[in-house]
Design a protein around this ligand. Structure first.
Ligand code: S3P
Length: 432
């Protein structure tokens, strides 16, 4: 589907950030593992998180949808998943990486996970390696890509040094640790999103952190009563970027997750000189195992270039394409370093962002581990292809509003993977 986004009115008014994708996936998974029915509110209704509901249903959980993001999930318990299934993860990398952690420790079970063309390019050796070290038997195409087959075995805890700062690998190993004998420790090279750790604590699992290491012990059961999913900073980031770039804009973003492992992009925005007002820390968290929430006000203003360093990358990983776009409008150079993980996202986001923005007039080049952009005061506009990547489609839309001549986005339907209401919400803000 082609869609055109052209410069026009400033963005005004307020936006309820759409539900968080990462936390929604985890809520469904923990609901399926739980002994007691779990009441979920604010669940994201998007293609990715629908794939997760279908997956847990295929494994025996009963999902009752009550509308407006309210669900009751009657799970099968920690070791009660249906012993065979072929799971279609669609486009959902998080489902592809987290689910095997739960399945691998349920002896007698054998499952296959597969998905769309993009999923078939996402590496799974990163989870197969630690799960095999714990005792499971896994097979992947070319030892690296889906389809991924899992034959469960009794698992033993391990101490695992993550080769990359990835919340998906960390979560997979920690969930497998719940079903393993003894203790499982994961060491992260840099902090990454910690939603799984928080949910583990809420589920009564013995989880602890010591510096860069997270440890969990095997248990018989987990129980969670309720999960509320806050707004997604990675989705709200698109509107925030549009407000910063379109003259005369001033918007409020309400109900956004303020977990410090997720708001790195907003810290980068502030460093670039953008007026982002509001608490970006965990002030409103009811307890360390809950997710804090904040409201922000974002106003149009001039930007200066910045360097995003490798330690910041996991905390803003999905928003780095937007940093490239902002860099086009900033004074001086904007550089992203240490972001080679972008090459294995829904598309090769170093290649697709550089090609896409260059086609709109940007002075940008790819590096091995990121990109470098020279600000030229704006963007001409033109056409951009989404390559089936939801974040690239939304990037094109924001670029269109901020450009001089407008942008045609080819493949706008990809936005439905994480944010089906994106174009409507953006249009709502430009109507004030
Ligand atoms: C996610 C972790 C990140 C992120 C993805 C969601 C998660 O991936 O890019 O969109 O929910 O754990 P990696 O862990 O592979 O960096």
């Amino acid at each position: 589907m082609k869609a055109r986004f052209a410069p026009g009115s400033p963005l005004r008014g307020s936006l309820a950030a759409p539900p968080d994708k990462s936390i929604s996936h985890r809520a469904a998974l923990f609901g399926a593992m739980s002994e007691e029915p779990v009441h979920v509110t604010g669940y994201l209704d998007a293609a990715d998180t629908r794939s997760t509901l279908a997956a847990v249903a295929a494994l025996g959980a009963r999902v009752q949808e009550r509308g407006r993001g309210e669900l009751v999930i009657a799970g099968v318990g920690l070791r009660g998943a249906a012993r065979a299934a072929t799971i279609d993860v669609g486009n959902a990398g998080t489902l592809l990486r987290l689910l095997p952690g739960w399945l691998a420790g349920q002896p007698g079970g054998a499952w296959t996970l597969d998905g769309d063309a993009s999923i078939r390019r996402r590496p799974v050796d990163r989870i197969a390696r630690p799960l095999a070290a714990m005792g499971a038997a896994l097979e992947a195409r070319e030892d690296r890509f889906p389809p991924l087959s899992i034959a469960a075995r009794p698992l033993a805890g391990i101490a695992y040094d993550l080769p990359v700062a990835s919340a998906q690998i960390k979560s997979c190993v920690l969930v497998a640790g719940l079903l393993a004998e003894g203790k499982t420790t994961v060491r992260e090279p840099e902090p990454s999103r910690d939603h799984t750790e928080r949910l583990l604590a809420r589920a009564g699992a013995p989880v602890s952190r010591d510096g860069a290491c997270v440890t969990v012990r095997g248990v018989d059961t987990v129980t969670i009563d309720a999960v509320h999913v806050p707004g997604d900073p990675s989705s709200a980031a698109f509107h925030a970027a549009a407000a910063v770039l379109v003259p005369g804009s001033r918007i409020a973003i309400e109900g956004m997750a303020a977990n410090w492992t997720r708001v790195g992009f907003f810290r980068i925005l502030q460093r670039m000189g953008a007026a982002v007002a509001g608490p970006l820390e965990e002030r409103e968290a009811a307890a360390p195992d809950h997710e804090p929430v904040c409201s922000l006000e974002v106003t149009h203003g001039p930007l200066r270039g910045t360097t995003v360093t490798p330690d910041e990358v996991p905390l803003a990983i999905d928003e780095l394409p937007l940093v490239a776009l902002l860099g086009c409008f900033a004074e001086g150079e904007t550089v992203v370093q240490g972001a080679q993980e972008l090459r294995v996202k829904e598309s090769d986001r170093i290649a697709t962002v550089v090609e896409g923005l260059r086609g709109l007039g940007a002075d940008i080049e790819a590096t091995d581990d990121g990109f470098a952009v020279r600000g030229t005061g704006g963007l001409r506009g033109g056409a951009i292809r989404a390559h089936g990547d939801h974040r690239l489609a939304m990037l094109g839309a924001v670029a269109g509003l901020a450009s001089r001549g407008g942008v045609d986005v080819d493949g706008m339907e990809a936005a439905a993977v994480s944010y089906p209401g994106f174009a409507g919400d953006l249009a709502g803000l430009t109507r004030g």
